[in-house]
Design a protein around this ligand. Structure first.
Ligand code: SF4
Length: 284
């Protein structure tokens, strides 16, 4: 049975040859495929976001959870600033104190702005329900599900081969309005081909469905964009996941050593790739 990570499948979406390089042990392939175009240090943002999500969902520090719930309990006018202040004081500033020396000024600013966009997003999820007088703790308990759960699922591709896919999404929330779970992914700037990111997230949605029986919607929050939130309904995701078997088949072909390996159609990616001028001879 073949095992692949969601990240490997996503790398294959960028360029099947990059996946082939990475499976050959060449780690530089990841730096080409997953390099963002903005200033946000994604790994650092994800670390802080995961901590907040763990605490507020009751799987981490109870004292910090209480402070976050108190901040969310503020009136509509003050809630955004109170939540942002709590995230800054309890998570962001302590993180900067510990790691700031390794973060460039542009990246630190982008990280701070991302905290603001993100805290506004979190407030928007709970606002309509808090305004009708339900206790903050109950609303928070319902909205904030698992932080970065690792999921694993088996997929059967067209020739009957089973491919096991494993990966961790950025978080699972519950949309009280639509009454369904939501898979959340945090990104910096929108990629030149956002469909790739959507299919990656839809893969998580499909894995969640296989594990729980529930179909989730998808939120992709672009933390460096003016219009940060892209939302996809359950019905849209059901349509998008129909493209997953083809994607897995392509990744499987690379993983089992089938040659030649297709190249990306994205010329911009090739221009900034370490393997420019070499991959044709190796995989073409
Ligand atoms: S140069 Fe282009 S086709 Fe070759 S590995 Fe890099 S991204 Fe893929």
């Amino acid at each position: 049975m073949l095992k692949l990570s969601v990240s490997a499948v996503h790398l294959c979406q960028h360029c099947p040859r990059l996946l082939a390089y990475s499976l050959d042990g060449n780690g530089k392939a990841w730096r080409v495929g997953h390099k963002g175009s903005g200033n946000l240090p994604g790994r650092r943002f994800h670390y802080i976001a995961r901590k907040v999500h763990q605490d507020i969902s009751g799987r981490g520090d109870q004292g910090k959870r209480d402070k976050l719930i108190e901040a969310f309990s503020n009136s509509l006018n003050q809630r955004n600033s109170a939540v942002l202040e709590t995230i800054k004081m309890e998570y962001f500033y302590p993180y900067l104190l510990e790691h700031g020396i390794k973060i460039g000024p542009d990246n630190a600013v982008a990280l701070g702005l991302a905290m603001k966009v993100w805290s506004q997003y979190l407030c928007s999820l709970v606002a309509p329900h808090l305004e009708v007088g339900v206790s903050t703790e109950i609303i928070i308990g319902m909205v904030f599900q698992d932080a970065s759960p690792t999921m694993e699922s088996d997929f059967k591709i067209t020739d009957g081969t089973i491919v096991t896919i494993r990966g961790s999404t950025d978080g699972i929330l519950f949309d009280l309005e639509g009454k369904h779970p939501v898979i959340v992914e945090y990104k910096g700037k929108k990629a030149s081909n956002p469909t790739q990111e959507l299919i990656q997230t839809a893969l998580y949605a499909q894995m969640y469905h296989k594990n729980t029986g529930l179909f989730p919607g998808v939120h992709i929050l672009y933390l460096e964009e003016q219009q940060p939130l892209d939302q996809y309904s359950v019905d849209q995701i059901k349509t998008i996941i129909k493209g997953i078997p083809l994607l897995l088949e392509r990744a499987r072909d690379v993983a089992v050593g089938k040659r030649p390996v297709l190249k990306t159609l994205d010329n911009n990616l090739c221009e900034r790739c370490f393997f420019h001028g070499q991959c044709e001879e190796k995989f073409g």
